[in-house]
Design a protein around this ligand. Structure first.
Ligand SMILES: NC(=O)c1ccc[n+]([C@@H]2O[C@H](COP(=O)([O-])OP(=O)(O)OC[C@H]3O[C@@H](n4cnc5c(N)ncnc54)[C@H](O)[C@@H]3O)[C@@H](O)[C@H]2O)c1
Length: 350
């Protein structure tokens, strides 16, 4: 079985990815700086498993990355590590440039040097997969969808830093021949997501019977994808994608934020009604919009479907129900996060 160096594997998507990969016999070297968003609790069930090696460190630490590459000789690098929250990028963009741009550059240079030292089949088979976002394409009007040829037009410090990292990844293929792959995915939801993002935030507020904040008019549209589907898409691209190519990943599930919030409210009411019998929808409270809030994202994932045979397996309603059930069953995981650095407060007002 292969060995992969996975970065950011204590975060939301990276954590789900690592759990799945190790369970299928992949040996994972997991490099994560454990920022506020990193959570070793997520990886608890891998304790004592020799196929998972956790290393706390920064993707921009060249000495460390070189050492890990030399010691573990991975067949691929999968780069999830990033500052990932638009709201935080409004309050403090510098950390986003540091990790997403400078850090990714360091990782790319180490990957290039390591790959150049490989020989034969190992060199041919090596891949550097960069996990990115649909937000690099900017905002859509009422119609149209992002394809791999849509020009980049990032609007937030987060998406600008991800766009810059995508360009570096592309340049390392064009200039040095590094066999890179890039995935640009829509909004994910599912188990282990940090509670400041929309879905887990709404679940936490709704469970507590507190006002549920909805930005602006609540009509911003995102294309929602269950996290396990994203992880499967990444594995498919890693296995079959053509080096140098980018692949859009989406859920065919465009929903207005307000629809997402109401869906969560209904699912929670059915499972755990409020003591006073109120419908949780009545908790929805419109608050000041996010500065520069993109109106609509939508993904055309036709290339991934036609070339690599991937399609999302979990629909929006099923994925949301599974997510709610996970959060209901894992209140301890959420509580430990909320006992730490974040207490469901509003961030990112500029
Ligand atoms: N969440 C989404 O909806 C979504 C959608 C598309 C793409 N993405 C991309 O997927 C990736 C993972 O997103 P996520 O939601 O899991 O993010 P996350 O914030 O939950 O996790 C990020 C992880 O990276 C780690 N990290 C941060 N800086 C680091 C550094 N300098 N060195 C090493 N580790 C570092 C953190 O500790 C954390 O464990 C990101 O690159 C993000 O841009 C996310």
């Amino acid at each position: 079985m292969p060995t992969w160096l996975v970065t950011g594997g204590a975060g939301f998507i990276g954590g789900n990815f690592v759990l799945g990969a190790v369970s299928r016999g992949v040996r994972v070297i997991n490099l994560d700086a454990l920022t506020y968003a990193g959570n070793l609790d997520t990886l608890g069930r891998l304790e004592g498993n020799d196929d998972h090696v956790f290393v706390r460190g920064d993707i921009g630490d060249r000495d460390l990355v070189q050492r890990l590459l030399a010691e573990h000789r991975p067949d691929a690098i999968v780069n999830f590590a990033a500052e990932s929250h638009v709201d935080r990028s409004i309050d403090g963009p510098a950390a986003f440039v540091q990790t997403n741009v400078v850090g990714t550059l360091g990782l790319l240079e180490c990957a290039r040097d390591y790959w150049k030292g490989l020989e034969g089949e190992r060199r041919d088979a090596f891949r550097f997969l960069h996990v990115s976002t649909d937000e690099v394409y900017g905002s859509l009007g009422e119609s149209g969808r992002f394809s791999e040829t849509t020009p980049y037009a990032p609007n937030s410090p987060y998406s600008a830093s991800k766009a810059a990292s995508d360009h570096l990844v592309r340049a390392f293929h064009h200039t040095y021949g590094l066999p890179v792959l890039t995935t640009n995915c829509s909004n994910n939801y599912g188990p282990y997501q940090f509670p400041e993002k929309l879905v887990p935030l709404v679940i936490a507020k709704a469970l507590a019977g507190e006002p549920i904040p909805v930005y602006g008019d609540g009509l911003n549209v995102r294309d929602w994808l269950f996290v396990q589907d994203h992880c499967d898409a990444i594995e498919r691209v890693l296995e079959k994608g053509r080096p140098g190519e980018t692949y859009n990943v989406g859920g065919n599930a465009e929903r207005e934020n307000l629809v997402v919030v109401r869906t969560i409210c209904r699912l929670l009411d059915a499972r755990r009604p409020l003591a006073d019998g109120r419908a949780r929808e009545s908790l929805v409270t419109f608050v000041a919009d996010r500065p520069g809030h993109d109106r609509r994202y939508a993904i055309d994932a036709g290339k991934l479907r036609d070339e690599l045979g991937w399609e999302p397996a979990v629909g929006f309603d099923e994925g949301m129900a599974r997510t709610i059930d996970w959060y209901l069953a894992n209140g301890d995981w959420v509580q430990r996060v909320l006992d730490g650095s974040y207490r469901l407060e509003r961030i990112g007002q500029g």
